[in-house]
Ligand binder design. Sequence first.
Ligand SMILES: [Fe+2]
Length: 383
Amino acid sequence: MSREFIIPKKIITGEGAIENAIPYITSMGKKPLIVTGRIVAKSDAFKALAEGLESNGIPCTVFTGITGEPTDIMINEGLSAYRENGCDCLIGIGGGSPLDAVKAIAVSAVCGGRLSDYMGREITGDFPPMVAIPTTAGTGSEATKFTVITDAATDVKMLLKGEGLVPDIAVIDPEATLTMPKTITASTGLDALTHAVEAYTSKLAQPLTDTLALSAVKRIFKYLPAAFENGDNKKARAEMSVAALEAGICINNSSVTIVHGMSRPIGALFHVPHGMSNAMLLEKCMDFAKDGALKKFAELGRAAEVADAHMDDQAAAEKFVGALGRLCRICNVPTVSEYGIDKQKFIDAIPKMAHDSIASGSPGNTQKAVTEDDIKEIYKSLV
Ligand SMILES: [Fe+2]
């Protein structure tokens, strides 16, 4: 079977990437809407972007209404800002939320209607140029055709997708991640790890993403503890930025599996940040999935240098799954109850979460049959 491999048209990486991206951004449009959060709007990375554009005669309209994981209400506000200011391109700078928001604003501007109308469909349209500048290292949104928007009325995290939503330019400047707080370093770094592991063990895995996934897993095992321990460690930040990009390209082309499928309902109902809800599930889900792709889990164990070369696949795969749990503990990932979620409320939500998880389609990419009962059991094991 032939496969496709889709990435942004231009990827600029390394120190000074934002400044170096300015000529390309200014050639794409004359009235960008910059979508960001209130904290990032005060950062050096944002200043470099805004000053770079303004010194080239490009006025910046800034929308700071993405105050958490984006909802359809926030997207409508962003759409108003885009239209009222006559904007012609979109720049997302910040964590995964503003980057996802840019894609959803583009869909709303071009396709109209409600975002929920587009769930489960390949979204097409002549979208405005988009630039993605991550200030975290994990979501990979800068390299994907996906955007996750919460439907505020139903509390469902809607996974929306379209090839035209892959940003035209991805700007990966590790300097922009230096001020990331510890908890965000952990949750986004573990999100990237989840992307790489899921894509590598997905039914949709392919040779090009396998290479990137192994590389990302290696980098994350080596450098996430260092970045978590000391945010000023430039080498660790640079390696994590590359790993997050690699892992983002992986999910764009080989998809996610059971962890993301189960994580979105926890995020939607209990407002756990995306990377953290993934991390809560990672070891348990991969322990379940490993029998279906034993050789691949073993290869991950060897790449992460947690399994010895002489170990058989079973032992190496088990070592890897155990190491996932250890890395989450190093990064202080809380349990469901440590996070403050009421145990009974969580148990009561399991039927809806299991239903929504299966309905998302992601668990179906796991190289092992996943039933709604399997998912319920894994949710139960978290409390
Ligand atoms: Fe993710």
